[in-house]
Ligand binder design. Sequence first.
Ligand SMILES: Nc1ncnc2c1ncn2[C@@H]1O[C@H](COP(=O)(O)OP(=O)(O)OP(=O)(O)O)[C@@H](O)[C@H]1O
Ligand SMILES: [Mg+2]
Length: 157
Amino acid sequence: MLAQCEDEGRGLSGRLAPLGHRLSFTIDAESEISGAPTELQSAMSNLLSNAIRYTPGGGEVAVSWRVLPDGRGEYAVRDTGPGIAAEHIPRLTERFYRIDRSRSRETGGTGLGLAIVKHIAQRHGTELRIESNVGKGSRFALVFPAARVREARVLVK
Ligand SMILES: Nc1ncnc2c1ncn2[C@@H]1O[C@H](COP(=O)(O)OP(=O)(O)OP(=O)(O)O)[C@@H](O)[C@H]1O
Ligand SMILES: [Mg+2]
C-alpha cells in the first residue's frame, strides 16, 4: 500500500511542482491491516495528496508506517506546508469545508477528501489525528487499533 502511495505521490508532485517535493516513505515494521483494502488505500492516498497539493514545491513530505509499543499501527503524513490554524482543525472533516478560497482555486479540490478519510477511518475503528502549526506544517495520522494490525513475519526490504 505504501508503494502505491509512493507511485501516486511522486507522480502528483512532479505534475504540480517543477521542483517536486522532498518525499520520503518509511516503513518501521512490515504489517498487515485487516480492513477493506481499497478504502484504506484511498484514505492513505488522500492524506498524501493533500500534503503534496498544499505544500509548495521544494517542501518536504514524509510518509511513515510504524507499530506503536501497545500494538496500534500508525500511518502518518507530515508536511512542511502552510499549516492550518487551530480554529479550522475541528471542521476539516466536514463535507465541502475548505480553508480559504484563494488557496482552493489554485488546487481545485471539492472539500470532500477529508470527509471521506474520516468516514473510512470510522468504519475501521480508526482515529484520524490532525496536528498543525501555521507557517510550519501539518501532520495527519491514522491510528489503527491493535486488533487490526499484525506484524508480518517475513520482512521484505
Ligand atoms: N496538508 C495540508 N496542509 C494544509 N492545508 C490542508 C492540508 N490538508 C488539507 N488542508 C485544508 O483542508 C481543506 C479540506 O481538505 P479536503 O481534502 O477535505 O478537501 P480538498 O483537498 O479541498 O478537496 P478534495 O480532497 O475533495 O479534492 C483543504 O481545502 C485545505 O484547505
Ligand atoms: Mg483533499
